[in-house]
Ligand binder design. Structure first.
Ligand code: TUI
Length: 308
């Protein structure tokens, strides 16, 4: 299935794996790339040298292209932005901010730059700044989110820019991919489904919580202080939202989420940890290899789009 995105990135299938903090490490990224998609190493809040090591480990596992996601709220964003250049990474995606200040450095290094946006305004600004494509990410996504749904955001971004648009948020099977194509997207980015991949290092408790999730099981914390984060409901989200309703400040709430994503992903603490996942978790029902997931989804997509 060729699109401008598969051509731009030199990949077989129009599927990009989300740059999920803690989960998107070299094993998952290499497995997705080996299966014909684009794997990403999540820069998250890790120091530059940790990401350098991850890049080298991924390279040892695959000769296919992979990328790095740079989380712009990270205190190490500047460092990681340089490491990707030094290591000759071919694709960078960004999240949770405006990557404008790094654009020139990345473009000069020949890196394909794909910012994640949650609005038409930022998509337009990114196109002007030289972005090669954008990911339009709807509020159905897990983690840090914007306000608009994928269904309304994607076609509006498609109409506003001429660079290719990658849809994200609420997509976890061939029906979602086909629907995204109908909205004008030329690839999709998926996170939640890949969390439960066999190659994913997420703790079994985390995977099982996603597999058991129902449609209504996510909640959004942090709306009151402007950093909304979607995850699966648990003791932590209930407490957080209760305290937010009582008007507690970000500083007063911070203790609830310190190290909480790591605790959930690495230690399996799904009660008081942060179990980031998208609304589509209710549809993710089994652990498979990345190759099984991608082959199954592409067959379904091609059937629905009448291409096979
Ligand atoms: O970035 C994400 N998802 C994330 S980042 C993350 S790490 C984190 N951990 C704990 C608390 C908070 C964050 C977890 N999930 N997705 C991409 C994304 N970017 N979604 C929305 C945006 C976004 C939002 C506003 C991008 C730009 C923006 O405004 C930029 C500006 O300055 O105008």
């Amino acid at each position: 299935m060729k699109t401008r995105v598969t051509e731009l990135l030199g990949i077989e299938y129009p599927i990009i794996q989300g740059g999920m903090a803690w989960v998107a490490e070299h094993n998952l990224a290499a497995a997705v790339s080996e299966a014909g998609g684009l794997g990403l190493i999540g820069g998250a809040s890790a120091p530059g040298e940790v990401i350098r090591d991850e890049i080298r480990k991924a390279r040892a596992l695959t000769n296919k292209p992979f990328g790095v996601n740079i989380m712009l709220m990270s205190p190490y964003a500047d460092e990681v932005a340089k490491v990707v250049v030094e290591e000759g990474v071919k694709v960078v995606t960004t999240g949770a901010g405006n990557p404008g200040k790094y654009m020139e450095m990345w473009k000069n290094a020949g890196i394909k730059v794909i910012p994640v946006v949650a609005s038409v305004a930022l998509a337009r600004m990114m196109e002007k700044g030289g972005a090669d494509a954008v990911v339009a990410e709807g509020t159905e996504s897990g983690g840090h989110i914007g306000d608009q749904t994928t269904m309304s955001l994607v076609p509006q971004v498609v109409d506003a820019v001429s660079i290719p648009v990658i849809a994200a948020g609420g997509i976890a099977d061939g029906r979602g991919i086909a629907a995204a194509f109908m909205l004008g997207a030329e690839a999709v980015q998926m996170g939640t489904r890949f969390v439960v991949a066999k190659e994913s290092i997420a703790h079994q408790n985390y995977k099982d919580r996603i597999i058991k999730a129902k449609d209504i099981d996510t909640a959004v914390t942090g709306r009151s202080h402007g950093h909304p984060v979607r995850g699966l409901r648990n003791k932590m989200t209930r407490e957080y939202i209760k305290l937010e309703q009582e008007g507690k400040s970000f500083e007063e709430l911070e203790y609830l989420t310190m190290g909480s994503l790591r605790n959930a992903v690495m230690e399996g603490d799904i009660m008081t940890g942060t179990v980031m996942a998208g609304q589509i978790a209710g549809m993710v029902k089994k652990e498979q290899t990345c190759k099984e997931m991608i082959d199954e989804m592409m067959a379904e997509t091609e059937k629905l789009l009448g291409r096979k």
